[in-house]
Design a protein. Structure first.
Length: 183
């Protein structure tokens, strides 16, 4: 895979994720932007971390894959056997312990995508792509800039749609388990 592993897992588990991460472009309800719209990243995983990812479907965890994150001073670089070298992520507080991941595929002509990470336990996160279909019609009309698909251009749009995704219970998604620091 040439796209972010987090994103690939999210897409696979939400009917074609890690993050909405760059492989989720085929997902009809996926929220995207042409360029990153969220500001400075928080550093919730210190200088780096290793994660084991699983897609969730049918009440079970499937398709394990590994991803490392390394802090480069402004964002995390995603490292893994199937990742493109220009993948990176930023993390932004949503509500409570929830975070929004901004998944950046640095290759030309690739969209930025977004996912909600909900901390289920220490070092354990449920991951779902930010999906316009999680929002009601009024919220979609307010925050989706493009008539087909949902393109966002402001942090307010991303966060409004992320709150709608966080408010839903998702039978599919991804499970991210922190298995250590990236040293």
């Amino acid at each position: 895979m040439a796209q972010s592993l987090l994103h690939t897992i999210v897409r696979d588990t939400v009917i074609r994720i890690a993050i909405c991460l760059a492989a989720m472009l085929a997902l009809s309800g996926c929220v995207t932007s042409e360029a990153p719209v969220l500001g400075q990243s928080q550093q919730p995983f210190g200088d780096g971390a290793k994660f084991q990812f699983y897609s969730l479907r049918g009440g079970a965890a499937h398709d394990p894959s590994l991803m490392q994150l390394r802090w480069n001073g402004t964002r995390y670089t995603a490292i893994g056997p199937d990742l493109h070298k220009d993948n990176s992520l930023t993390f932004h507080p949503l509500d409570g312990n929830d975070l929004v991941a901004q998944v950046i595929d640095g290759r030309p002509d690739h969209k930025v995508e977004y996912a909600v990470l909900r901390q289920a336990a220490e070092g354990v996160y449920l991951v779902n792509p930010v999906d316009e279909d999680d929002a009601d019609a009024a919220t979609r009309a307010k925050f989706c800039a493009a008539p087909s698909g949902c393109r966002v251009t402001t942090p307010e749009q991303v966060m409004g749609l992320a709150r709608a995704t966080a408010a839903k219970r998702h039978p599919r998604g991804a499970l991210a388990i922190r298995i250590g620091d990236d040293k």
